[in-house]
Design a protein around this ligand. Structure first.
Ligand SMILES: Nc1ncnc2c1ncn2[C@@H]1O[C@H](COP(=O)(O)OP(=O)(O)O)[C@@H](O)[C@H]1O
Ligand SMILES: [Mg+2]
Length: 412
């Protein structure tokens, strides 16, 4: 597959040429492209990194890092190999070693999420590193990656979407750019000339609140207060008029599993546009002073669904044995996608566009949690963005439903 190069925007050109003599920034050792999603950061940076490394070195090692090895292959390796095809530069892809040989250099692939990635890094002496979506890496990985670049003239290329205001990339890289020799380029969607205004619009509509500011405006801002401030008790609820109102709708059941902690089931009806949470099950073993076994939960879940085996159960990935119980009972069971940030972003959009509704009197715990579900202030000051882990069980189940069953997004 070859890569169809299209004209590069001015910002992309700056990312392409910063390391060249006369750019005015060549004395910087690091460069960071941050800003809006789909703004052309990764594409420009891959080409820049390739050109720089091939022009400057032979027989050296380089680091290519992504959040996970899957994300790295999709977002970096695939476009990179197709660019090489287009440019007529030969390469050898060594799958077993997770490495690519190009022009006498070796480019090693790393998923920053793997515990052994840092051990593998440790043995390496590199002439450069490329980190895609670096704000989602553990800081120790970024530090170590930079530390491995000890060859004379080495350079580090980083890109990311913005995160919280106290994130280390903001406080220790961007805010100290001059001191640490970092060239920073801030991207907006206008810097990607291949996006039509209609596509830009549809991305903008996919996010609300803090995610809109981070992913669309490209601001480093923290999430504070309510996680779902767009929830409205009137607009996001409905009264069931009778079971026939769900006729023809698909049925899902989202499960947040807990033995010591509460266990929640949400009965969701889907007409292809809107999820209606028809009722909830909430078992709090602490309050009840009695824990339930997985067999008892399976019994309860079966009863909760009235034995309707056309229901697809979307379950907490940690609940392995309940999953088996339900499969044995003839239900279709799917592991929930458990990616908190992205899941909250998707759920927030659906709530804001009133594509998630809860039955007014049958989901009391869901409604309570909705109003007490807030971002964690202490974690924010440490630079982490996550909700407070308190009374978040129905919230987790709702997120599993929205994130697992919504393809890219059901755009409002
Ligand atoms: N100069 C270009 N030539 C061809 N396609 C481009 C170019 N710049 C951006 N694109 C397209 O835009 C998409 C988004 O760019 P990307 O660099 O992945 O954005 P970001 O990393 O900022 O999210 C790419 O997948 C590619 O299809
Ligand atoms: Mg990218």
């Amino acid at each position: 597959m070859s890569f169809q190069f299209r004209p590069f925007s001015r910002k992309q050109q700056m990312a392409l040429h910063w390391w060249e003599k006369g750019s005015g920034h060549e004395r910087c050792r690091m460069m960071l492209a941050d800003g809006a999603i789909r703004s052309g950061k990764t594409v420009a940076m891959i080409l820049s990194f390739l050109r720089w490394s091939l022009k400057t070195y032979r027989g050296q090692c380089f680091i290519l890092a992504g959040v996970t090895s899957g994300a790295l292959r999709r977002n970096v390796l695939e476009p990179m190999l197709s660019m090489l095809e287009t440019l007529g530069i030969p390469y050898v892809w060594k799958r077993a070693e997770a490495a690519v040989l190009i022009g006498g250099n070796t480019y090693y692939l790393f998923g920053a999420d793997k515990d052994n990635a840092q051990d593998r890094l440790q043995g390496l002496t590199a002439a450069g590193a490329f980190a895609d979506e670096a704000a989602l890496f553990p800081r120790s990985f970024v530090d170590q990656m930079i530390g491995r670049c000890s060859v004379e003239g080495s350079r580090i290329f980083l890109n990311c979407n913005p995160n919280g205001a106290y994130h280390y990339i903001k406080t220790d890289f961007i805010d100290r750019a001059e001191e640490i020799g970092l060239y920073r380029l801030h991207f907006t969607m206008e810097d990607n000339l291949t996006l039509s205004p209609a596509i830009r619009e549809s991305y903008a509509r996919s996010f609300t609140g803090v995610f809109y500011r981070q992913y669309i405006l490209g601001e480093w801002v923290s999430a504070e207060g309510a996680v779902y401030p767009m929830w409205d008790d009137t607009e996001n609820t409905y009264d069931e008029t009778g079971p026939e109102m769900y006729e023809g709708m698909r049925r899902f059941c989202a499960v947040d599993y807990g033995t010591v902690n509460p266990c929640v089931f949400l009965d969701a009806r889907d007409d292809g546009h809107t999820y209606r949470i028809a009722k909830e099950y909430y078992w709090d073993s602490r309050a009840a002073r009695r824990q339930k076994t997985d067999a008892q939960y399976a019994e309860d879940l079966d009863a909760f669904l009235g034995g309707d085996r056309d229901t697809q159960i979307i379950i907490d990935p940690s609940a392995a044995s309940l999953r088996v119980e339900m499969k044995n009972r003839g239900y279709r069971v799917l592991n929930a996608v458990n990616e908190v940030r992205e899941g909250i972003a998707v759920t927030g959009v659906l709530i804001g566009s009133r594509q998630v509704l809860a039955e007014r009197s049958r989901c009391p715990q869901l409604l309570r949690e909705m109003h007490s579900y807030v971002w964690d202030d202490r974690a924010r000051l440490r630079g982490e963005e996550k909700p407070l882990k308190e009374r978040d069980h129905a919230m987790d189940a709702l997120r599993y439903l929205c994130h697992t069953k919504t393809d890219r997004f059901r755009l409002p």
